[in-house]
Ligand binder design. Sequence first.
Ligand code: BGC
Length: 672
Amino acid sequence: MLSILLFALAIDARVEQLLSRMTLEEKLGQLTQIVETQLPNDLAGSMLHSGGAAHINELQRPRKVPLLIGYDVIHGYRTIFPIPLAIASSWNPHLAELSARAGAREARAAGIRWTFAPMVDIARDARWGRIAEGAGEDPVLGSAMAAAYVRGFQSEPGFLACAKHYAAYGAAEAGRDYNTVEMSERTLREVYLPPFQAAIDAGAATLMSAFDSVNGVPATANRHLLDDVLRNEWKFKGFVVSDWDAVAELMKHGVASSKQDAAIKAITAGVDMDMWDNSYSTLAAAVREGRLPQSVVDRAVRRVLREKFIAKLFDDPFTPETTPPALDRDAARRVAQQSIVLLKNDRDLLPLPKSGRKIAVVGPLADSKEDMLGPWSAQGKAEDVVTPLEAIGTHVSIEDADIIVAIFGESREMSGEAASRSSIELPGDQQKLLESLVATGKPVVLVVMSGRPLAISWAAEHIPAIVQAWFLGTEAGHALADVLFGDVNPSAKLPVTVPRTTGQVPIYYAHLPTGRPPDPEDKYTSKYLDVPIGPLYPFGFGLSYTKFEYSDIRVDGCRTAALGGQHGRRGRRPHTCFKVSANVRNTGSRAGEEIVQMYIADPVASVSRPVKELKAFQRIALQPGETKRVTFTIARHDLEFWSDKGWIAEPGEFKVWIGPSSASGLQSTLTF
Ligand code: BGC
């Protein structure tokens, strides 16, 4: 403890000393991030999208204050891991951590010291292409993943993470990227902010402000988010970088009259570093003419320098010019294996036999190396990718085949940034092609590769086996083959609701009740005329090659010292808490892993509460016939919601479930 305090004091002293020797222009340089080709760049404090140890060393050599080199290491740098939505399907934060550590190690060896990741935006509308980059629709799963990524990235010495995009960027109206967000403070606090707080609690050094406006105030000039919540409530000590051009875009949002006006608003609200648009260069005149206090500039410079000192950039700005690390194929394959969700498996069509049957591997994604990389691929190379066709290694024609594996879905450009779709059905003529495969009468296994859940209602009805494989990265083909042939028993579960049709989105399991819950017998209830109300596949759902049976749910009271919560709030007094437990038994004939989920609901409260909320989960391994008792703790903070007085828990009865998905499980009650 004392050594941490002394370290912090020593850093503060070094920051003050340096600050006192800097000119205003040098200070503003520290708050400016550019790409290398932007000139003049000799004062800039940070560059993005550059890499290569020798090259970065060249850039560092003439600098008085070392450059902080940033890069989008989203799901790998050279070895490409599954997209974050896929990793979230593993419900295994260790894998998120492992993938982040691998990405950081490779990037660090190329002179990069900062990644613009993790993206921790909750997304409940699959039209939004950036759903691919996050952990899906749920704040508890999202928070666990956010913290794990931060730990993984920052376990690499001198490497910084950046939780983005602060905030509510994933709630863009109509799923259209960069679009406006309107939301209640309650939804913001309960759903969209917790993963940011989790990232900060895990030590995230930086945050990126978002492109969107939140209730009319652009996130990049939003004092409520950047100051009241981030600094005053959460005590965030790192720095905030804007998103690309987002400071200048305050003019287009209609809240700034000039670049200088935009820069004043952004820095005053708490955006410390300006990405790409060079708006902060206008602040020298603003300070000299008395339109911006020098102290606001100094505050931002202190925050940036502090992180540079913590990253030991001053002590060690150079990168050894050695051979870059070899691809980490083992790690990429392991992570990908646990990211593949089995959605349907009629009559145990899967796993496929390893011999004796002729298997055709077809479809637009069967052999597409580029697409396996997903929307962000940093320095990943298509030639390193193993495709499903290569891994399965057969070239039989469809006429000769006994079984067809159809690898359909989206190209990598169809998800990620600026890749919203108004229809999330299979693109192009894939639906027709799929129908013609089914018309051959041969058994078809559909593998969906995509950056978002696709509305595959027809397939769900007509195809016996369906696998959601997302974009799996460098080892896509091997990992998929491992699952299809049963070397690996699938264990992943959906981190998002899969809709039946685009018209259902936004759709998510933790919705509020309505006064007229859907009733097929009663027209005047909340539903559609043309499609059932429920999802095609619910949040938390995923099959295995074995079966798990749940029994004997029990709730016990307990008294304990206060526990940290998913919101990161810590009570000072002992609180009442509960233990809820159930047995899970592997009733099949294979070993398998099950993701056991615990949900609660507050059926009568002073405000409407979600019909169900995930509170915790555990991944357990079970041998055939084995039973484990799984126990979760429910603390006061699990029962709380956001009110106009802050977080409160109201006395009364709560429902609690332990189960295999958001749509099934054993139910009990507890009284708080
Ligand atoms: C994206 C960010 C990204 C940045 C730098 C922006 O367009 O929104 O997520 O980190 O570019 O590449």
